[in-house]
Design a protein around this ligand. Structure first.
Ligand SMILES: *Cc1c(COP(=O)(O)O)cnc(C)c1O
Length: 422
């Protein structure tokens, strides 16, 4: 690789996914496209989203409630139409996935089914730096059971210096807690430093200890390669507005491994999880469908399904394997450019095990760098007190944008350090 604009352009010209940028609406600044590196926060709007939503509005207008059953795209099929692509991205079987609710709601629903404390086996292992909503969900659920979260949750601290949570440390903790461990619940990718956790190894170790394992995949789904089924993960949940581009508050997803689809698994029930072909018999006793959709409670939002379908259709057209290949090459390109930077102004706290997101820690002036980047048209993310996160994604970002970003970073940090020494 070469640290030149020409080389960046060369990578763009060879990029088989380059044209997919036009499938998205890119925010502009004075008539010029911004560089949007916030796919880890809210993915961009597919051009087709409004047409997909419009179609639902039209059906509603033309046929009213009959639209659930009638026409080319009956609403009753809307859920299943999302599963093929979602299953490819998740590395799961279609019946192991259901698209419902929002992420934090689904965490609660999964805890109902998969946090089943028995005797002294009642501990939950989490990251100390888990996303706040995950912490609130787990703590409040434990309280709801009449127990004390401080006695239940074991928090794993990442290394003070490197900010990385080492695999060895995770596995050792699992073994140490041993037969007191009921559940491991962690983020597949940490939202803060972008670390991709070794989910396969964590799952193996937890199962050996006799515990269940769930992952919050908010930052992993649509970002990195997953094999939830083959890893034997018990459950997972994610939101669809980050790397999946489903839109703000998009309908979320859950994975429940096939081995847990039996009727004896405790779950909160609603009529939308009832055995599909008998749902409208309106029987009073709940009989679950024998797949992940039995965790559904309510009539789903067909508008939100349409929005998610628009973005998953792009993944289908682009091909998930090609997206992963581009993500890998982008990662190498970023690492190469990062290694060329004088890193006395900031340090990269994202380990090599990662997806699209990089987190840079600025001991000083981080906010000024962030503001400077924004003025130059770069949309990245500022995390108090001193971290800039950015996430170039395969579908709508280019190698040139990454190169330009590092050039801007170089200029800005140079300016700021010369002010500093003046
Ligand atoms: C984004 C994110 C959430 C947000 O939850 P919502 O219920 O969708 O608002 C929760 N957990 C993690 C790890 C996240 O990254």
């Amino acid at each position: 690789m070469e640290n030149t604009k020409a080389y960046a352009k060369h990578l763009d010209e060879k990029d088989p996914l380059a044209s997919f940028r036009h499938a998205f609406l890119i925010p502009e600044h004075n008539g010029i496209s911004r560089t949007y590196f916030l796919g880890n926060s809210l993915g961009l709007q597919p051009r087709k989203t409004s047409a997909y939503i419009q179609r639902v509005l039209q059906q509603w207008q033309d046929e009213g409630v009959e639209s659930f059953f009638k026409g080319e795209n009956p609403w009753l099929n809307a859920h299943d139409e999302l599963l093929t692509t979602m299953a490819v991205i998740a590395g799961a079987e279609k019946e192991e996935i259901t698209i419902m609710n929002q992420l934090t709601v689904n965490i609660h629903l999964m805890l109902v089914s998969f946090y089943r404390p028995v005797g002294s086996r009642r501990k939950i292992l989490m990251e100390a730096k888990a996303f706040p909503s995950d912490q609130y969900a787990v703590r409040s659920y434990i309280q709801h059971l009449g127990m004390n979260p401080d006695e239940i949750i074991v928090e794993l601290e990442s290394d003070q210096l490197s900010q990385v949570l080492e695999q060895e440390k995770i596995i050792q903790s699992i073994q140490q807690i041993g037969d007191e461990l009921a559940l491991v619940f962690m983020g597949g990718i940490n939202y803060y430093n972008g670390q991709l956790l070794p989910m396969k190894e964590i799952t193996e170790a937890a199962h050996q200890a006799g515990a269940l394992v769930g992952f919050d995949l908010a930052h992993a789904m649509g970002n990195v390669s997953l094999s939830l089924h083959d890893w034997h993960v018990d459950f997972a949940c994610w939101c669809s507005y980050k790397y999946l581009n489903g839109g703000p508050g998009a309908v979320a997803g859950a994975f429940i491994h096939k081995k847990h689809h039996g009727p004896d698994v405790t779950r909160l029930a609603g009529w939308w999880g009832y055995k599909r072909n008998e749902r409208f018999l309106m029987e009073s006793r709940f009989v679950p469908e024998r797949d992940a959709s039995s965790w559904q409670l309510s009539t789903p939002s067909i508008l939100l399904y349409a929005s998610l379908k628009a973005s998953l259709d792009i993944v289908h057209d682009a091909d998930w394997e090609k997206m992963l290949a581009k993500q890998t090459l982008m990662k190498q390109w970023i690492q190469f450019l990062l290694d060329q930077q004088e890193q006395n102004y900031f340090s990269c706290i994202t380990p090599d095990s990662r997806g699209c997101q990089i987190s840079l820690l600025f001991p000083q002036n981080g906010k000024k760098v962030y503001d400077g980047l924004f003025d130059k048209g770069f949309m990245v993310d500022w995390r108090e007190p001193n971290v800039i996160r950015f996430a170039p994604v395969p579908l709508y970002n280019s190698y040139s944008e990454i190169w330009n970003f590092f050039e801007a970073l170089k200029t800005l940090t140079k300016e700021l350090s010369s002010h500093h020494t003046d």
